[in-house]
Design a protein around this ligand. Structure first.
Ligand SMILES: NC(=O)c1ccc[n+]([C@@H]2O[C@H](COP(=O)([O-])OP(=O)(O)OC[C@H]3O[C@@H](n4cnc5c(N)ncnc54)[C@H](O)[C@@H]3O)[C@@H](O)[C@H]2O)c1
Length: 430
């Protein structure tokens, strides 16, 4: 059997930073075949192809660009991906890395052309869309893996194992934060991560909601999100600072702060972490991760060229780095790479199985719960829906209802009954 080919739709930041280098490394190891990338403008791909890292890390490797560089590089072709996906041989792999509001259309187009899918998070913005994707993929024996890469951080896997062994008792109260640097506001986000489409909680806070489920197995049952509107450099408005409260199926409460506002001069590419206070009823327990400070302190003689570079830095050796392992180029290492590798390997395994076995393999992947799939991570879409409903309604609590047709609704509050005679009289007077 020839190697499966991979088409990435979207040529932005995540493709440059994590997806393409991971796929190049898999290609170099003989796991996958040709790599193509489709973006809406040729200029995006020309810039991507010219990034200096490729020559150093993957000499001699390249991708096929759609559109190619022969025409007007700035002509927008937002529907080109449909032709590109239809032109692929069936039962290969599509990686979806476009802005959140486009995920559903691109994933569906990939599935309708019989392609396995790896989608960056969030899978989609509504639970009903995720159900549609699940059905479409399952009926065709196709994998859909959602790339929540924090799951492949060994510390997450350790926490999951120990929590599920009962070593922490039950999660009660927790706090998490993920604040990206201020300079993110200058990127393409300003064109789409705006108040009508998204917010800091939907865009980045969702990682910790997913992680708390991944570790504990609990389900989120309500969310209230307070958002502060702020302006991007292009004048568009976004909820760029958010504070969310997520209640879980056992009554536990997680607070999640997210923003595009961590100082550019601060060390590390962002600040992030999680503390879960737990109890077995007799004593307290703690599970805390500093996910930004991984123990490295570097002070350079000069500032690097990349956006957000600082003289004093606290780089993470764990997410994604290039290292020299000898041989040609550089090797990507870290959970960013392992996450992509896991999902692509799942696609290869299902595709390599006899057609009659594929659906049972899909069910195994759902049940194992290591890779997020539409079936096993629908709570993420429900939290997104609840979060959006809440933030657009002044931070009111949005309740999630599970079942055959999961849904979210704003909780109605009734004024409590008057407690004293005076209060009753005052109420009667109006
Ligand atoms: N930690 C994470 O898991 C993580 C991190 C960053 C981004 N993401 C997700 O990745 C996705 C993309 O984010 P990004 O940071 O790369 O954004 P970006 O804005 O830098 O890039 C988006 C890309 O999509 C392309 N695109 C837009 N419309 C298109 C269309 N109709 N057809 C083809 N291509 C189209 C654009 O050309 C651009 O290359 C988002 O869903 C985001 O939430 C996930």
């Amino acid at each position: 059997m020839s190697l499966l080919q991979v088409t990435i739709v979207g040529g932005g930041m995540i493709t440059h930073d994590q997806i393409l280098p991971s796929l190049y490394h898999m290609q170099r190891q003989g796991l996958i075949g040709e790599i193509s990338i489709c973006a809406s403008r040729g200029r995006t791909l020309k810039t991507l192809a010219a990034a200096e890292i490729w020559a150093r890390a993957f000499p001699g490797q390249s991708f096929r660009a759609f559109p190619d560089f022969s025409g007007d590089l700035d002509r927008r072709q937002p529907e080109l991906y449909r032709q590109v996906l239809a032109g692929m041989p069936q039962r290969n792999i599509v990686v979806v890395a476009v802005p959140d509001p486009l995920h559903f259309d691109v994933i569906l187009a990939a599935l309708e052309n019989n392609q396995h899918v790896c989608a960056v998070k969030p899978l989609v913005l509504e639970a009903s869309q995720s159900m549609r994707i699940e059905q479409e993929a399952f009926s065709r024996g196709l994998v859909v893996g959602v790339e929540y890469h924090k799951r492949f951080d060994d510390r997450s896997l350790m926490a999951r194992q120990r929590y599920r062994e009962g070593l922490f008792g039950a999660f009660r109260l927790g706090t998490a934060c993920l604040l990206e640097k201020w300079y993110y506001r200058h990127s393409n986000f300003q064109n789409w991560c705006t108040t009508e489409n998204s917010d800091a909680f939907s865009y980045i806070g969702c990682h910790y909601v997913d992680l708390v489920h991944f570790i504990t197995g609990l389900l989120p049952v309500s969310a209230s999100v307070y958002g502060i509107r702020d302006r991007y450099p292009n004048g568009k408005e976004g909820y760029l600072w958010t504070d969310a409260r997520v209640i879980w199926s056992n009554g536990a409460c997680l607070n999640v702060q997210s923003a595009l506002g961590f100082p550019d001069e601060a060390p590390g590419t962002n600040t992030q972490g999680l503390a879960l206070y737990c109890s077995d009823g007799n004593q307290g327990a703690l599970l805390a991760h500093s996910d930004q400070y991984r123990g490295l302190q570097y002070c350079y003689t000069r500032k690097g060229e990349t956006p957000g570079a600082t003289i004093y830095a606290e780089p993470s050796p764990d997410y994604f780095q290039y290292v020299d392992l000898g041989g040609k180029g550089l090797a990507p290492v870290g959970y960013g790479y392992r996450s992509l590798d896991y999902i692509i390997q799942a696609c290869l395994r299902v595709e390599g199985a006899p057609a009659g076995d594929r659906q049972s393999l899909l069910k195994e992947l759902d049940q194992a719960g290591i890779m997020a799939t539409p079936a096993n991570s629908r709570y993420n879409e429900l939290v997104l829906e609840a979060g959006r409903l809440s933030i657009l309604n002044g931070g009111g609590e949005a309740v999630i209802e599970y079942g055959a047709k999961p849904s979210v609704r704003l909780k109605k509050y009734q004024a409590p009954p008057p407690r004293t005679e005076n209060e009753s009289k005052a109420k009667a007077k109006g």
